[in-house]
Design a protein around this ligand. Structure first.
Ligand code: SF4
Ligand code: SF4
Length: 395
């Protein structure tokens, strides 16, 4: 492992850990697995030990034994079994930036050659096809053909004010394709001047960041910025909270970056979305990257409240304390069983509210929760907020 994967501030912050274990209490991976080795407090302890063994004074003076590759692999297994939900960071009383630290450890482990095989697959897929599923990138906007009345231009225009950056999951995964279909229909109804990038859209780069391969991100970032510039757009709208965070934090481009929930709320306030009554009791799941990550809590709730007849109930753990659905941090690719167990706990919590539907604002949350309820024949609708708004559109 290499110290250069951590900045000085991280090395100082690690020393501030008081071992209070609050991070373990709120960790969905710990509660779903009942394995304390997956907690933040254990991870910090393990990291300190590894760094000490590698570069401590005794090691340098007397050649004390370095950490074995078996021990490093064991540590690595715990590090990658994490959804990067950020719940630990939210609760840490001494303010350690844990989520960023987890990313640095993953990068360090990849540089040290101790990582799950799936990491190689993520890299190969992205470099070969520019999407995480290794599908043909020319097929990114094929979902348009599934619309009732697809427009002749297929939503790919030469220029537009808004670029709707669709993201890999919503572009290719059938369970999530309703999101771009519904959002495009809403944009049409509200007369938003928008375009897709189609095959010119590449993955936002998060799978590389999340799998410890940050060094490969720039080519994706530069490509996507250039593709948006060619459309002469001033805004980029993302319905995916992770793409949204990538654009906001890593792209440093001149465009306004807007999440679909913010955009929908603007349209509602401007009176551009006449909404009819829906009789439905719903609860809302805050996607980790949108809520804790980008602090967007109010806009989705305001949109829900703007739909007449919608009875909204909060989950017990809501807003910044919302529990992860199990779909983040590439966990599904690394340990699908753990991801499913976290989803189970989430669905159990939702069912306690008595809501008929859980609404969220993320294609990965939709995909994870829908897969669980279908597999287990649970009577609960899982809806992205775009689907609910589309249903309520008074055409
Ligand atoms: S980011 Fe989430 S899953 Fe990972 S250690 Fe923190 S609380 Fe647990
Ligand atoms: S919550 Fe923060 S201080 Fe407490 S054990 Fe976890 S990392 Fe350490």
């Amino acid at each position: 492992m290499a110290h250069q994967d951590y900045n000085l501030w991280q090395l100082i912050q690690m020393e501030a850990c008081t071992k209070c274990r609050l991070c373990a209490d709120v960790c969905p991976a710990v509660s779903a697995s009942q394995d304390g080795h997956l907690s933040g407090v254990y991870r910090i302890k393990g990291l300190k030990e590894v760094l000490r063994k590698r570069s401590g004074l005794l090691t340098r003076l007397f050649g004390r034994k370095q950490i074995s590759s078996e021990a490093l692999d064991q540590f690595s297994e715990t590090v990658f079994r994490c959804t990067l939900c950020g719940n630990c960071q939210e609760i840490c009383p001494v303010g350690i930036h844990l989520k960023v630290l987890w990313l640095s450890i993953r990068q360090d482990l990849v540089n040290s050659g101790s990582y799950p095989e799936k990491v190689d697959l993520i890299r190969e897929n992205l470099l070969e096809s520019h999407n995480v599923f290794n599908e043909e990138n020319e097929e990114r906007a094929d979902w348009v053909e599934d619309m009732d009345e697809p427009p002749d231009h297929g939503f790919i225009k030469e220029q537009a004010e808004v670029v709707y950056f669709t993201g890999c999951v919503a572009s290719y995964f059938p369970l999530a394709q309703k999101i771009p279909i519904n959002l495009s229909s809403i944009f049409e109804a509200a007369e938003v001047d928008f375009t897709l990038l189609g095959e010119a859209e590449w993955c936002c780069g998060f799978p590389l960041l999340g799998s410890g391969q940050k060094g490969l991100m720039p080519q994706f970032i530069e490509h996507n910025i250039d593709a948006v510039r060619q459309k002469k757009a001033s805004k980029v709208v993302c319905a995916c909270p992770t793409c949204y965070q990538m654009w906001r934090e890593f792209y440093h481009a001149e465009f306004e970056i807007v999440h679909s929930t913010e955009f929908l709320y603007r349209l509602v306030k401007e009176g551009r979305l006449p909404l009819k009554e829906l009789n439905l009791t719903v609860t809302y799941h805050d996607p980790c990257d949108l809520g804790r990550g980008a602090r967007i809590f109010d806009e989705p709730r305001e949109v829900l409240k703007a739909i007449p007849g919608v009875n909204f109930i909060e989950l017990e753990a809501n807003r910044e304390n919302c529990r992860c659905c199990g779909g983040g941090g590439n966990l599904e690719m690394i340990d699908s069983g753990l991801s499913e167990e976290i989803a189970k706990q989430k669905i159990d919590e939702i069912m306690e509210t008595g809501a008929q539907a859980v609404v969220t604002a993320c294609q990965q949350c939709v995909r994870t929760m829908t897969t669980y309820v279908r597999r287990n024949q649970i009577s609960l609708e899982v809806l992205d907020i775009t689907e609910l708004v589309y249903r309520a559109l008074d055409s």
